[in-house]
Design a protein around this ligand. Sequence first.
Ligand SMILES: NC(=O)c1ccc[n+]([C@@H]2O[C@H](COP(=O)([O-])OP(=O)(O)OC[C@H]3O[C@@H](n4cnc5c(N)ncnc54)[C@H](OP(=O)(O)O)[C@@H]3O)[C@@H](O)[C@H]2O)c1
Length: 340
Amino acid sequence: MWKVGILGATGYTGVVLLSILAYHPHVNVTLVTSNTYRGKKLSDLFPSLSGSFEGMLEATDDDHRGKCDAYFLCLPHGTSAEKTRELFDGNARIIDLSADFRFEDLSDYEKHYVKHGAPELQQEAVYGLPELYREQIKKAKLIGNPGCYPTSAILALYPLVKNRLAEGDVFVDSKSGVSGAGRETKLGSLFCEVAEGFRPYSVGVHRHEPEIQKEIGKFADIRVTFVPHLLPINRGILTTIYGKLVTPSTTKDLLNLYQTTYRDEPFVKVLGEGVYPDTRFTRFSNYCHLGLKTFDDGRFVVMSAIDNLVKGASGQAIQNMNLALGVDEKTALDRMALYP
Ligand SMILES: NC(=O)c1ccc[n+]([C@@H]2O[C@H](COP(=O)([O-])OP(=O)(O)OC[C@H]3O[C@@H](n4cnc5c(N)ncnc54)[C@H](OP(=O)(O)O)[C@@H]3O)[C@@H](O)[C@H]2O)c1
């Protein structure tokens, strides 16, 4: 059995990791941490874990180097890099759910985030999107788990840009449930600020735009405009992307290309013609659903749905851990969405 640690286990991504890892036959969670709740039993805070996980919380600030075979860092950016520097020994696998190791270019990261806390480790990191970087992830000791919006957008655009079928401007219009903002108390996440309303936020300045741009820009000459919206639901992301094909194509032909691209991908489902993604059908699952439509003049619309806390965070992190530890990628993850 592999020993696994979760730093920042009291946040949404930490608790979702535990709820999935409870069904993992090859790992034992031997370390959970929190500074706020150190010394407390995690299942007293989250009774959903009761009977499955009875561990006590240790302080995040303590030194945990050498204790585990794999660590998940569910911490804010900045803090994560500092902790990674402490834990990294070239042996244990570190999967960072923050943005600290998602950018190959340090100046790109520092332009949009903060001064990097472990710049010497940046070259060790692999961007943890298995559909694009599976072979690199298998050998990685440090994995920068992708952002939730970028996961939904990159998977939706990848077949198009990989085959250079799109160019110019693409407009990425995303809607997310409130859990995307984490469990920390924030005015904008309060029930009365979110319920029965629907609004865009961080227009033109959201930090996920450069993450989408740098990945998509590796394949094609595309300019990304990203607008996130806050939906009055707990979890789920629906992304709708608008753009123009280099040469017009039928919906059927483009769907065939998507189906071929993702044929061997366990967690990407390309829906049939006229069937469009819905967050209800990806909730609590590690699946990404894709749908699309083209128009005679070359315009296209691609749509994706994921659960921000599973394929957009903890599920993808476990997929990455499985790859890096050499166990079946699907282990503990191949469960369908919970519907209704
Ligand atoms: N929520 C999502 O959908 C999502 C998706 C993709 C990626 N992410 C990223 O994943 C990371 C975790 O997200 P989350 O939603 O789980 O956040 P969260 O619910 O706000 O939880 C944050 C965790 O970090 C700890 N923490 C906060 N500030 C800290 C500090 N200064 N030093 C040490 N520990 C600290 C908290 O522990 P205490 O108990 O000690 O307060 C808590 O366990 C973030 O970087 C986020 O951007 C989130």
